[in-house]
Ligand binder design. Sequence first.
Ligand SMILES: [Zn+2]
Ligand SMILES: [Zn+2]
Ligand SMILES: [Zn+2]
Length: 227
Amino acid sequence: MLIVTSAVLAMRCPECGKMEFNDFSRFVFPRGKTVNIICSCGALKLTVVTKNRVYYSLRIPCPVCESQHPVEISGSGLWSGDVTRLSCLETDLELGHIGPESKIVEMISKQEQELEDLVNEFGCDGYFHNSDIMYEVLSRLHEIAGRGGLYCQCGNHKIEVDLFPDCLELQCKNCDSVNIIYAETEEDLSVIRQVDTIELARHGFRCLDNLADADKHKKSRHKRSKT
Ligand SMILES: [Zn+2]
Ligand SMILES: [Zn+2]
Ligand SMILES: [Zn+2]
């Protein structure tokens, strides 16, 4: 029988959004003591306590609900050698994973590969005006969504994405709102890099440009780099 005692927690910080691995070995959690897993920015990522080292009570701060989700998982499940998925209890949005580091690294790189394949699939036909930018914008969107930053005002977090040659169309099927994100130029990329959340207007139509506009004016940074 294989006894697995080491594992990592792979979770984006609900505050700063950084994806970091934290030690999640069995020995980190003494009986009866609450253990806080903290991001390098100081924000709380997860609270774990076990009374009997059989069951482990987790509290996950959820960036979507802005509350904490209690989850109870058995120790044999946590250190089984398989990956445990942590998700929001309301929206089922993925919040993180616990498992052997090698499996988690593999899983994350597979997700990135799928995204790249998707872009390449369209890209080799010359579908996108700029497939590099499209890829970068999609990855950024992925990151925002993974942190619960992509949602509709009507409360829906399951936003559908359609790909067009020069933009992405985000749609809430719940109230038919639409949001367009341009993905063609470096400037488009910098727009999505500046935002942390993308909120679809209920029954409405928006372009991401408009959201970032306020920011742009504030900074009014049109400094030319020396050429
Ligand atoms: Zn953080
Ligand atoms: Zn939640
Ligand atoms: Zn909606």
